[in-house]
Write a protein that binds this ligand. Structure first.
Ligand SMILES: *[C@@H]1O[C@H](CO)[C@@H](O)[C@H](O)[C@H]1NC(C)=O
Ligand SMILES: *[C@@H]1O[C@H](CO)[C@@H](O)[C@H](O)[C@H]1NC(C)=O
Ligand SMILES: *[C@@H]1O[C@H](CO)[C@@H](O)[C@H](O)[C@H]1NC(C)=O
Length: 248
């Protein structure tokens, strides 16, 4: 731009300095006296300027090319940075998800630990000495004497143990009585195993136990065998016990 205005100025100066003396001379002297005009410095200056401009133009073109190359390089670098940032963002997201999973697991473990203290032992009669049965059908038993009831998962009013968490639980029953004496370990109405004895002389005792995988809310209790008699007293002969082995 600057170069162009300089050129215009040069041309203007040139045309002025070229024409004016001629006009003046034409007016003042005869045409014969000016048939060979003095060589003007302008054309050679013009060439110089044009040459310089050409050089500058070439330089500028080169500079533009270099700038374009630089631009492309920087664009490529920017893209690389962008890709890197995207990778980092996705990594961050997955890290956050994993952190959340870990936090949930810790929370779940904390909860399991809090409700993981489940253990109880009971015997049949709340007090005194006595027998239950015989009945001509199976009958649910309520073990009314509580030896221990950690976690309160057993109810001495209903005889039901209700699983508070998913896990492996162990139960056992000891059934004492005269003649025929027996009871089932029952899970949600399903007979798991029986403690059973029948003898003709004096008293006998039967035992059994099982480890069960329980879901929260599953119910475990004891059901008396039909036509059997179960006895208990202050010595707590007939007992029903259970505890959580580990949550799952
Ligand atoms: C974390 O996990 C919980 C339970 O799975 C879910 O409800 C919650 O939306 C998750 N939060 C994030 C930020 O992923
Ligand atoms: C046990 O059986 C015998 C006879 O088999 C009977 O005489 C006795 O009364 C029974 N005992 C009880 C406690 O039911
Ligand atoms: C127990 O055994 C006796 C003698 O064998 C039998 O008569 C009785 O029916 C049995 N009791 C039960 C409940 O099975």
């Amino acid at each position: 731009m600057e170069r162009v205005s300089v050129l215009c100025l040069s041309l203007l100066v040139c045309s002025l300095s070229g024409a004016e003396p001629q006009d003046i001379e034409q007016r003042k002297v005869s045409p014969e006296s000016v048939n060979v005009p003095e060589p003007q410095p302008c054309p050679s200056d013009l060439h110089t300027v044009l040459r310089e401009m050409s050089v500058k133009l070439a330089e500028n073109r080169l500079m533009i090319q270099q700038l374009q190359t630089l631009n492309q390089e920087q664009a490529a670098k920017l893209k690389e940075v962008d890709t890197h940032q995207q990778a980092q963002a996705s990594e961050l997201k997955s890290l956050k998800t994993r952190t959340n999973v870990t936090e949930n697991q810790v929370e779940s473990l904390r909860r399991d630990r809090a409700v993981g203290q489940v253990a109880f032992s009971t015997s049949l009669l709340a007090s005194g000495s006595g027998t239950i049965g015989p009945f001509n059908t199976v009958t649910n038993l309520v073990f009314r004497y509580v030896i221990s009831n950690i976690g309160n998962a057993y109810s001495p009013n209903t005889g039901f143990f209700t699983a508070p968490v998913r896990g492996a639980y162990h139960f056992e029953l000891h059934i004492y009585g005269p003649n025929a004496s027996g009871a089932w370990l029952v899970k949600n109405g399903e007979h798991i195993c029986i403690a059973w004895e029948n003898q003709t002389n004096g008293h006998g005792k039967a035992s059994n136990g099982a480890t069960l995988l329980l879901e929260p809310g599953d119910v475990v209790f004891v059901r008396q065998y039909a036509n059997s008699v179960i006895q208990d007293n202050g010595n707590h002969h007939s007992t029903f016990s259970g505890h959580l082995l580990f949550p799952m």
